[in-house]
Design a protein around this ligand. Structure first.
Ligand code: EPZ
Length: 418
């Protein structure tokens, strides 16, 4: 297993190219199973979760063609409507093939994803949404077993909470239902809107994606399509923290101001300057870092996927920060590891009190999930001496060439391949 070795103390300066959004790419790859025509996706990030998802749809019969700047997926015929536990266990997002397989083939058997480092992560809302569209669906022996007699039917779906994945499952399945579907309390994340844009390019008729109310016409006539995915706002936020935590300045090429408002607000409250450039965003910090309170919420609130990164930043700020995690029930795996570096954090349920200002000192730390891992790298950039982050395969799931991008901006970081 690879490790990252970081020697802290270097201000980052330079430009970082922000890749395509992982959480936009994964549902779009699943959506290609809906159509018998080729779909050319560009701006897919080169991360292992995307490779994994391309492998999964290949098991269902999709042909995957790679070009230098795009990937063409052609699911002319579906050869299997079953996905194994071993496949889903590796990556929860595999459950996103459930809706497309059921919509296209009238049946699907997909393993329940099971829990992961950040929580139980049930899929009850995905199941309820498909049942509302007329599916016979239930759980048998750890498998979600779904079928339709006579196809799915348009319906009103009211989500109990604005789940990103459940919204995406409902939207994808509704494109093939007979009649119109209304999805209420839908997730408003930019990745949901980008999935809708991809489905519309493929022939679907969808209105309101990105708002709490999405309308899908159904009975889609599919066609060959091309789609360029949005850039990754979580990667952009991560590098913004890298600039802020080291007291440097980075230009984040392709980052988009408009889908990062809540993040930029917190950065400014902490004493970080941000301004748009013609290539994206510039983030700079040369004064003191100030603590501030953060509560994670569904979009457009502060993203849970940046909570761990901002906790590392708060550990270096003057004063205290109260960080509340409201989206997942246990997304604090990074806390004990940050404390190994000297961070002063106390946990009370889903709230962390971070007392800033303690000087961080390098140590061996363990990555546990994607975003916890990168918070340790960020802390390592300012910890005195050497920090070694183990199990960086977690990082490679969602960050394209993280060590290389940081090294190009002046970080003393190297990957040690075992
Ligand atoms: C997506 O996960 C993202 N993953 C996550 O990013 C992100 O943290 C999350 O949305 C929230 O923004 C992808 O898009 C591939 P949810 P998802 O359904 O769809 C509960 C990363 O680091 N819930 O919005 O699984 C769930 O347990 C990853 O890139 C149910 O109870 O998130 C959680 O507490 C991590 N029942 C909350 O809702 C359901 O049926 C939000 O989950 C579905 C979800």
């Amino acid at each position: 297993m690879d490790r990252l070795r970081i020697v802290g103390g270097h201000r980052l300066q330079g430009a970082v190219t922000i890749a395509g959004a992982k959480n936009a790419a994964l549902p779009q790859i699943a959506a290609t199973l809906l159509s018998p025509y080729p779909v050319e996706l560009s701006n897919l990030p080169q991360v292992s979760d995307v490779e994994n998802m391309l492998g999964v749809i290949g098991l269902h019969g999709a042909e995957v063609g790679r070009a230098s700047h795009s990937t063409t997926i052609h699911a002319k015929d579906i050869v299997s409507t079953e996905t194994s536990y071993d496949t889903v266990r590796k990556m929860r997002a595999t459950v996103l093939v459930l809706g497309p397989l059921l919509a296209r083939c009238g049946e699907a058997k997909v393993s329940l994803p099971g829990g992961c480092a950040i929580g139980a992560r049930p899929v009850d809302m995905h199941i309820k949404a498909l049942a509302a569209l007329g599916a016979d669906i239930g759980v048998e022996g750890g498998l979600i077993v779904a079928s339709t007699r006579g196809g799915l039917k348009g319906a009103r779906i009211v989500l109990a909470s604005p789940s990103v994945g459940a919204t995406e499952t409902a939207m994808m399945a509704a494109t093939a239902a007979n009649g119109e579907t209304e999805i209420l309390n839908a997730a408003r994340e930019p990745e949901v809107a980008d999935l809708a844009a991809c489905l519309i390019a493929m022939g679907a008729k969808i209105e309101g994606a990105g708002t709490h109310r999405i309308l899908v016409e159904g009975s889609t006539t599919w066609r060959p399509a091309k789609h360029h995915g949005i850039s990754d706002r979580i990667e952009a936020g991560t590098y913004a923290v890298a600039a802020a935590i080291t007291g440097g300045m980075l230009e984040l090429t392709n980052a988009r101001l408009e889908n990062m408002a809540s993040v930029l607000q917190v950065l400014e409250a902490m004493g970080v300057s941000i301004w748009p450039s013609d290539r994206g965003l510039v983030v700079s910090r040369d004064g003191p870092l100030r603590g501030t309170d953060i509560t994670t919420e569904p979009y457009p609130g502060f993203p849970t996927d940046l909570q761990a990164q901002f906790m590392a930043l708060a550990a270096c700020a003057e004063g205290a920060s109260l960080i509340r995690e409201t989206v997942f029930e246990s997304r604090f795996m990074h806390v004990p590891e940050l404390m190994r570096l000297g961070a002063n954090i106390s946990l009370q349920g889903t709230t962390a009190l971070v007392r800033g200002g303690a000087p961080l000192k390098g140590a061996q730390v363990m990555a546990t999930d994607l975003r916890a891992s990168v918070s340790l790298v960020l802390a390592g950039l300012v910890s005195k001496g050497e920090t070694v982050v183990n199990r960086v395969y977690h990082l490679d799931r969602g960050y394209e060439q993280l060590d290389r991008k940081l090294k190009l901006c002046g970080a003393d970081i190297e990957r040690i391949s075992e």
